[in-house]
Design a protein around this ligand. Sequence first.
Ligand SMILES: [Mg+2]
Length: 360
Amino acid sequence: MRARAFDVPTDRPEADGTLSWTTTTVVVVQVSAEGTVGTGWTYASTACVPLVEGVLATALDGIGWTDVGAAHEAMVRACRNLGRPGLVGCAISAVDVALWDLKARLLDLPLVALLGRCEHRVPVYGSGGFTTYDDEATTRQLERFAGEWGCRAVKLKIAESWGTEEERDLARVALARQVVGDDVAVMVDANGGYHRKQAIRLGRQLVAAHAVSWFEEPVSSQDLDGLRLVRDTVECEVAAGEYLFDERDATSMLRSGAVDVLQVDATRCGGYTSWLRAAATAAAFGLEVSAHCAPSLHAHVAGAVPNLRHVEYFWDHHRADALLFEGALTPSAGSLVPDVDAPGHGMALREADAAPLRAA
Ligand SMILES: [Mg+2]
């Protein structure tokens, strides 16, 4: 098992309500057996590399390539004293994805067929709309999402500077509605940047004035009571879940009634193994799941659950994946179609193009 990290610069400075960045770090894991390579990755930190090549590689000793469930459990157990959330969850996720890809390739099956396909096409929404963008950049990106890619929904970041720029938040959402028209859903993501009462007040305005239909992390996703309060008070859907690092965290979020749609990220929650478990738990609560970011990585697993809402087609990952991976997917008619002519998830590292971006 081998891990390497690559830094992909953003095309311009980016920020949401509570964080700013200029680089996306992608940690790529390759697992080999019988002359075949499986590939997985996570968008995290170079600090995942020694975790993968150390404790996780050791945990997999003696486990065969068919036994992904046993491998997953061995990794989780080996990290007991390190703590599962955060970087450990990201590292486990990248390995788990690589193991599923390897197994599907060795069985010569597309991953969605190995998992059990529910849908041929996976709907996506266009996601970007960073608070650092001027109106021209926002307009151009939204036109690509709704026009060229045919997305039926777009999402932009609000709660700029920890919720202190309300007028600009409202003006940017007004612009988004004007650009995409009335037939495309407008979604917003506050990344936990508002206080409870502020989120309720802003949420009501966004619904009434701009028909916003999705309010993501209106308050911190650690504030489950606050999420439920907003969910029960504001008419649009409330979503969260991108920081679930374990399927048990998904159960807690669902049980608390915090969300209308559960977001789950296979590059953080524990790979495809945990993503499928979280999706099944959401189904047991009568709810749909939406895959958070990593669109190409999610395409096959998203096509294998009956309660999928959509996959987030995130601008940074669109750029990074196209640079780093042969076979990365671009939407058409608002959907991704998992490649069923190739085994595994159909993607492999572009070694020559990735080499200059090597970070660790
Ligand atoms: Mg988000």
